[in-house]
Ligand binder design. Sequence first.
Ligand code: GLA
Length: 735
Amino acid sequence: MKIVFNEKNKVFLIHTDHTTYGIAVVDDKYLAHLYYGKRLEDADIRYLLREDEAPFVPSKNKREKGSFHDSTFMEYPETGMGDYRESALCIRSEEGYRASELAYENYEIINGKPELSGLPATWGCESDCMTLKIYAGDKVLGLQIILMYSIFEGLDVITRSVIVKNRGDRPFYLEKVLSACLDMDDRNFEVTGLFGSWARERHVQRMPVGYGRQNIASFRGVSSHQEHPFIALNTPETTQDTGEVYAMNFIYSGNFIAQVEKNQFDSLRMLVGIHPEGFTWKLNPGEIFTAPEVVLIYSDEGFGKMTRTFHNLYRIHLIRSPYLHKKRPILINNWEATYFDFDEEKLLDIAKDAAVLGIEMIVMDDGWFGKRNLDDSSLGDWYVNEEKIRGGLNNLVEEVKKLGMKFGIWIEPEMISPDSELYKAHPDWAIQIPGRDTTQSRAQYVLDFSREEVVDSIYEMIASVLRSADISYVKWDMNRQLATMGSFALESDRQGELCHRYMLGVYRMQERLITDFPYLLLENCSGGGARFDAGMLYYSPQIWCSDDTDAIERLAIQEGTALVYPVSTMGTHVSICPNHTVGRTTPFETRGHVALLGTFGYELDITKLSVEEKKIVKKQIQEYHKYNKLIREGDYYRLASYRENGYYDSWMIVDKDKKKALIFYVHVRARANGKSRFMRLKGLDGNKKYVTDGTEYSGAALMQAGLRMPSVQADYKSCLIELLEAEDDENMAWS
Ligand code: GLA
């Protein structure tokens, strides 16, 4: 059995192929956490509760109930009864008291996994997964919660979410409802997270865990450039291949907190959920609140196994797009080529040169609507500017199609410019606090997406543009963070619901878009990668990774992003040098190699490329066609990190049959008087023989001793190395 409840011991054991998660009912009331880690066949682990140690359980030692609360490993800790570590649940009663004390009621085990209404979440049919629902209630408040644990057994994944119900007769207020908690003894853990800024997203950082609380968070209204809804605890010696990792990733795109706390007893509490800052939610009798889902992964084979588990889960059970397993059209985007300065003629010039080289789609970025010639107007006026796009959109799209190319557009639906027709008509649609100066950012306000009529009316405007021409792709952007949070549509005791309701509105509109336009390829974006998260991947199979397209800067950005997300989801483009963000000049080939680890496209004025550069574009396009299936569907291994070693970076992808692999290597900084470097490969079959460049090697030797990397005397030079199983017909192998 995969999920078992031992009635005698009152212990739940949740098994995946290689992991076990244990929960116990203590004193017939409290839900305590027992264990998470490597699979345990022996079910008798109740001793882990230390029930025979002081302060004992409240039924035996009522006078020390506070200590019980403060020291027990709780499955879903609450505010107010004496647990002074961070709580997962905080409820304020109508009278203003903040406390709850949940008592276990019953459980249910079902095949499959319930949907989380209005929220992105992993999905699977009855044979893919199983769900344990644990019910607990608080009589004083009339509160019930359902803790949900779903297992994807073969993938070694557990997902968690929480439903809160008001089954009483008076409203109460949720002040904090986190989605997952994990208590355990410290084993000298480090905490690993992803940090950055605009154009420098998701750099990996490992820190020792000390006493107190370390949190990774955003209350910017988006998952953010700066911090990321991912947290891992790892043993300090953890590498890509060895060491223990406990990881949580939040399937949500708004405010979040991911925290680890080390307390007086050297135990740890790891929590993930919606950030409580600014959050309250009024729950009337009969209503329910659903907390977004958290994915839990335990790996005893380092970060690499964790990464590949996330990749497999998201490719099989999160992303729904019909494009997921397809080669995406190679696109050219006009943003870095023209910024706002374009018209239909310029776009057609780009498209003509692009088509000749084999580029398959042109994307018209920001500046095609209203009177937008700079970033200071027209958001919300979603009609084509025919002074720029003379002859209209349909005409332009048809001309592009005659070149054999598809057409895509950029939109930013959640925004409203103070200088727009929409704002003149509906000033109250902007998020704002009456009487306060509404905070502008990039000269724009944010629309109140908590209001259905706002979402519907923006949707209709955008849908009519999409219906007016044959548009194959949409880049959905979101270029600022939320501030001056206030909604005209919410009552005073519901203003704290705005951030989450806003996110639900965004999800609703994305769902409607992909339902009404099922073959539209949707790429999410947020000033580069401020909303590159698992929530968005439920709606779009790819997300623009970063506004920084410099090949060297991208190494760390893509390394951090691929730590959690499949490489097929990373928006990657080749751009011009000197690079517009950092001014660096890198070889054209290297830019192509770096962009291959993702969706692949161009973001430059192709009409200005030299003959030599155009030849390289052709070669890059051939490489994309040759390798994309492997890159999209294969297993990703990180071989070396420039961020760590300061000199070189390398990854490889191996197909599921271990018959072929592709290795990327970039020599970032040249070093005097060095020997050639052997790179120890990963993921191959040690018993197989592989061929590269006419030489045969044993898989075992390649993994144990390594493959020799080309020795170069220059910075930024990169190469791709193919490996094929010996005796495999080469044409067959790469088809
Ligand atoms: C954001 C995006 C860019 C581009 C601009 C347009 O910054 O990340 O790719 O679309 O907006 O304004």
